[in-house]
Design a protein. Structure first.
Length: 591
């Protein structure tokens, strides 16, 4: 039953025993394979087994999608853990075992990304660095900084002293401490290996070296009883500048001390028309044939390039392209507007809503809430900002489970018995109402009502106080940031959490792994693609090709590319079209 709707390549991947390295081209059913692999392995667990299956993803959006689709199959999702790489380390290593580690045993909080970014920015000024100068925050396995430059190292030393004073750890420390705990205490390795029968890692090509070390440590401790299932595509490795490493088969096998790994491939593309595929293959770094095998394989569709429109007219042009797709009866959530950098979203999303008032938009990337999704107040806020409906019930149920556990860990006490049951906790949250119209005031009021009902005085717990301050401070910062220009009313706050309703506006990274009938991408300019960091400090051609590959391969049938004029550097030099796009000779359509 579980394998009925899979093709032969997909079935082979799902049924393959042991460690697997699955290379999957865009649209080949990668997520479908992961979902069915999870379901298949859960179905093989003995009744009463305490074993679990883990799906480690690159984005929260991807983990939520996996969880939703597993539930749609009717599988017992209680046996499946799905979350990001950092969430895995936090939930399964740091939270339960931090007491063994001197630096963490007296408590810690996860530093908010905005706080860390602002702190680094301030320290750059102190150390007379330019804001554009990169500072690599990552650690080597021995605890040394990956950053090679002496001034940046001095900056990092002070940065970590400040974090230590505030009992904060950033995402890089989270990874390093997780690895150090496993390395120092072999019994913890064994405990995790005994718990997990299988660990699936999605988008393995964007995985940091420390994550390879953490996961492989657990797999090795299992002595063959815990398997690794890696899925990815090296042509979509767009995080090299942020530490992503697309390790080879030999390198991965070396991580596992020579344990056998079966290499498998998914080749057919169910997503895009052959015309779209032939277009984006221009950006491949590996010459792998990709054949369209979906129902739209022979569809001509539209592929356009506009490199003459001025930046001041960009909203009108995007609105025109959106309306053109809608006129062809393409549904709103099958249309996506993509940008290479998040700040570009802010300049068009509000104007698009005004230009197309009858069209719904999902620009959740602009949510003013803290970007630290591990902050307990963020987790509570998303329950108050989402409306109860069957489509997202499984997600809200899962969030309630996390909330019950998180409050227990932070306060060392339980909710009163009635509210330790997820359904009862959700009933409570759904029943809480507020008359406040401003987003911050609304959340503060709801939080107070919630804490009163569950009988917790948060002011008695320093970690809750600190995290609450970080949560609200960062909303204030984002609301007051002229680059964001996001509204502060509660209805706008809630609109950021609508589940996939309307035209998607996001970064190419934010929708990695997703697909749309029509993709509209703008900001395709040298300095954005490739980013200046890649221009000055990396491999700009490789970075540019991979980003263009990811952008174009999101499209099923229609692809609209825009390299607008009128954007300039800080010195006033005009930005020009991304060279790798400019070099593509193609008979573009007009629309």
């Amino acid at each position: 039953m579980i394998l009925n709707k899979l093709n032969d390549e997909q079935k082979l991947a799902v049924k393959q025993e042991g460690n697997v390295l699955l290379t999957a081209c865009p649209g080949s059913g990668k997520t479908r394979v992961i979902i069915h692999k999870l379901a298949y392995e859960v179905s093989r667990l003995e009744e009463g087994s305490k074993k679990r299956i883990a799906a480690v993803t690159f984005t929260v959006r991807a983990s939520e999608e996996i969880f939703r689709r597993v539930n749609a199959l009717g599988i017992n999702s209680q046996k499946i853990w799905s979350g990001t790489l950092h969430a895995f380390c936090l939930e399964w290593i740091l939270n339960p075992y931090s007491c063994y580690f001197p630096e963490l045993k007296n408590g810690y909080s996860i530093a908010d990304e905005t706080f860390c970014s602002d702190l680094i920015s301030d320290l750059k000024e102190k150390y007379k660095l330019k804001q554009i100068d990169p500072v690599i925050l990552r650690f080597n396995r021995d605890g040394s900084f990956v950053e090679p430059k002496s001034i940046q190292k001095k900056l990092l030393k002070e940065y970590h002293e400040i974090l230590k004073q505030k009992k904060l750890i950033d995402f890089e420390l989270l990874l390093y401490y997780s690895y150090l705990i496993l390395k120092t205490y072999p019994k913890i390795q064994k405990t995790l290996a005994n718990l997990f029968k299988l660990i699936c890692v999605d988008e393995y090509q964007d995985t940091q070296d420390l994550l390879y070390a953490i996961i492989s440590t657990i797999i090795k401790a299992g002595n063959g009883n815990t398997s690794l299932f890696l899925v990815g595509d090296t042509d979509q490795a767009i995080y090299a500048s942020l530490g992503g490493v697309a390790k080879s088969m030999v390198e991965i096998q070396s991580e596992l001390n020579g344990m056998p790994i079966t290499p498998l491939t998914l080749t057919g593309n169910y997503r895009s028309s052959q015309r779209i595929i032939d277009f984006y293959r221009h950006f491949q770094t590996q010459s792998i044939e990709i054949e369209a095998i979906g129902s739209n394989a022979a569809t001509k569709g539209l592929i356009t390039l506009n490199h003459t429109i001025h930046n001041s007219k960009i909203v009108d042009e995007i609105a025109r392209l959106i309306q053109s797709s809608l006129d062809k009866r393409i549904h709103e959530d099958e249309i996506c507007v993509l940008v290479p950098q998040w700040w570009l979203i802010t300049s068009v999303s509000k104007k698009l809503r005004a230009t197309l008032p009858d069209v719904n938009f999902d620009a959740s990337g602009l949510a003013p809430m803290s970007r630290n999704r591990e902050n307990i107040w963020y987790k509570l806020s998303r329950l108050f900002l989402t409306e109860p409906n069957p489509k997202i019930y499984s997600s809200r149920y899962r969030w309630a489970t996390e909330l019950i556990e998180n409050f227990r860990v932070v306060t060392n006490i339980e909710f009163i018995e009635y509210f330790r049951v997820e359904r009862n906790l959700l009933r409570l949250i759904n029943s809480i109402k507020s008359n406040e119209t401003e987003g911050i005031d609304y959340l503060a009021d709801c939080f107070e009502q919630f804490l009163s009902a569950v009988e917790i005085d948060y002011t008695k717990y320093p970690q809750l106080v600190e995290n609450r301050k970080l949560f609200f401070d960062n909303i204030e910062i984002r609301l007051n940031d002229p680059d964001f220009k996001v509204p502060s009313d509660i209805q706008s706050f809630k609109s950021f959490y609508r589940e996939m309703t309307g035209v998607i506006i996001n970064t190419c990274v934010g929708v990695k792994g997703e697909e749309f009938e029509t993709v509209i991408a703008y900001g395709l300019l040298y300095g954005y693609i490739p980013h200046w960091n890649d221009v000055f400090f990396g491999d700009p051609v490789d970075a540019s090709r991979k980003l263009m590959y990811v952008i174009c391969s999101r499209a099923k049938t229609n692809l609209h590319l825009i390299s607008e004029t009128g954007r300039t550097t800080r010195r006033g030099d005009e930005l020009t079209i991304t060279p790798e796009l400019a070099s593509k000779i193609f008979d573009y359509d007009e629309v």
